[in-house]
Structure formats: C-alpha cells, structure tokens
Design a protein around this ligand. Sequence first.
Ligand code: GLA
Length: 421
Amino acid sequence: MRIIALLCLSSLALAPFTAQSQAPKAQLATPQVSQLATPQVVAQTPPMGWNSWNYFAGRVDDKGIRAAADQLVATGMKDAGYVYVNIDDTWEGERDASGVLHANAKFPDMKSLADYVHSKGLKIGIYSSPGPKTCGGYVGSLGHEEQDAQLYASWGIDYLKYDLCSFIGDVLEKQAPDDKPAQMRLMIAAYTKMDKALKATGRPIVYSFCQYGWDAVWEWGPAAGANLWRTTGDVTPDWDRIYAIVSQQEGLEAYAGPGHWNDPDMLEVGNGKLTLAENRTHFTMWAMLAAPLLAGNDLPNMKPEIKAILTNRDVIAIDQDALGRQGARIYSDGEVEVWTRPLSGGALAIAVVAVGDSRYSTHPFHLNLRKLGLAGTQTGKDLWTGNTVKLTDGEPLELASHDVLLVRVDQPKFTSAAIFR
Ligand code: GLA
C-alpha cells in the first residue's frame, strides 16, 4: 500500500516539473498552504546510501557522483539497500539576477546528473544551509528557501541535508546576541521554513537536519519536519571519535522511530586508518543505533573486506528492522559494553563491544545474560561469522581490542521480570 501511495505521490509531484530545464525561473509558483500535497512518507527505515563528504569533501564533482552511482550498482550495495547518492557541500555556484541558484562548474547539468542517478534505480540528495553560506563558504539558502526547494524538486532531488553553519554567526549571534532561547526559536523557525518549502513542492524529499545536536534537536526536530537529525559534531575516521559519538547516543533511543531518526553522522567505514575490527564495530553500532547508513568511502577503490562489511545483509537487517526501535547500552564491565536492540517478531540483537585499547581485568569478559533480562542459554546467529552460537550465562568471551560480537537471537527467552517490564 505504502509503495503504491508513494509512487502516485511522486508521479503527481513530478508532473509540473518535467518540462523544466536545469535552472527554473524565479517565478515558479509556490502553492498555498491549502494546496500542500499529502504529507510525505519517507524514511520509514533509516536512510541508506552514500555521501560525498567523508572521503571526497571539496573534490566532489559530476563525474565522481556518476561513478559512485555506478559503483553502488556494480558492488551490490544498491541491492543491499543503499539507494541515496548524496552530494554534500561545494556544489553551489552563484545566484542569478532572479535569485535562482546555479551549480558551479563542477556540476554542469544537475538535472541530467539526477536523471542519470535515477536511471540506475537510485535516488539523489543535495546539501544546503539555512544561513547565507554553507560550512564550506558556498552560497546558502537564507532568504531563498522556497526558490531553492523548487529548484531541487525541478532537478529531481530526493534528499536534503540542511547544515546550520553560517546561520550561527550571521543570524543567531546578530539577531539575538546572548539570548539562547531566542536563538533556539530562530533556528527552529529556519528549519521549519525549509520544511514547508520542501513539502510545498509536493515531491517526497528526505529532510536531514545538520545542526550538531544543539538544543536537544531530538525533542523538536520531528515537529519541524526532520526525518533525521545529527546528534553530534562531525565524525572522523578514528576510533576515539567514533566511540565518543556512540557514547553520546545513550538516552536518545526514545526519540527514534519510523520517519524520524537520530543521526550519529555518516559512516567512515573504509576510511582513514580504521582497522578491520574498528570498521566492523563502527558498522555494528550504527546498526544497533538504527542510524542512517550513509557510506562515505571511495567506492571505485573499495577493498573486498570493506565491501563485505558494508554489504553484510544480516547486519543491515538489524539497522533496517521494521520495528524501528533504537538499541541501548544495558551495562558495561571494565572496558566492555553490552548493547541490545529489540527487533520485530520478538527477536533481539546483542552487541558486546571491547571499547578499550587493552584487555585489563575484564579479559576474558563474562557475559551476564540476566542483566539483559534473559533467562538461561540463548541460541542465536553470530552475524559476523554466520555461525550458530549458544550464549550461556556467565560464559567467558574473548574479544580483541575494539572488536565486537554481534548476535541475533530470534527467539529470546526472557526472565519474567523482563517480560512484564
Ligand atoms: C559540516 C557538516 C559535515 C559536512 C561539512 C561540509 O561540517 O557537519 O557533515 O557537511 O559541513 O562543509
């Protein structure tokens, strides 16, 4: 039903725009609120795809986006669920006399690029800021929100990442110096404004807030239209940063659900000097957190072991579980943490993470199933080896530094206390 509804929505929404060329004129009509399209149904599971920033940053161009789309198909990532090809910052050129924004020379024809990405069965995303400038110093959307939303829709854009950046210095600090509550209201108004502009296009567009988790965005983001919101500052391909971000997600699990997700930032799997164990743990924890899975690596030069991590269907199924409940840290012992995530059909994912640099007193680590609300031995699947495993209360587990054990238990046996919790 939902798929049919979406198809109808997108074909209706596209109709007014199909004849538009790359740069639509400023006079594109903005529908009145009463004419707004049916509310969009997007991001029912955490969005999956690829984004240009983490590896290519300012080197992204039309050719690179086409190559990424080709690789998503060739590597099987598309079949595994990665559908969004997202252009991050540095695509923007200048506005013309009518205020219409044009892409810069790296992107000669956005409409044709979007058509190319769509022809592969993929979707395309773009980036802007509510401020006058993006984080990279390119032109932002301030004062041109409706015009930009119409422009994106005319190109066929399916996803917008909206990054606070210069809105801080140029708007918040100028209009409401030293008045944090007023600044928060201005920020919410700016995000809401773009939400209305996107919805007015009638095109289903995933709306991603990038304001680094300020002012408890998880509390007001969904009402301002967010399908996902960054919960922290930027990720880097470095274990300490990745683990710090994971730790910052504690307590946010209540805010995630179909259509609205916590976003601990894009994936660094395959980037920098992350070890194989670190890449595996990073990917595991993003799945446990019901996080968007936006790969950020160099797809044309991806190593087979990185592809194996990114396309592990069992782990992706944890991330994409229809129940949409984010996992939580249940307990830690020394430098080992145990997280669980409830899954549809009564199943449970258990992740045991060796977060420390060395083994210390918890080696070997003894798993306490009762603390997880589980009674007796549990049979499950180790999602990184594919083996069937039996988890016994108190059993010793040996994990290498920064590595993870991820087990899916389809029929967990809960203690009566856990059942009635
Ligand atoms: C900010 C965001 C990043 C990226 C850059 C682009 O730092 O948090 O994810 O989009 O801007 O300039």
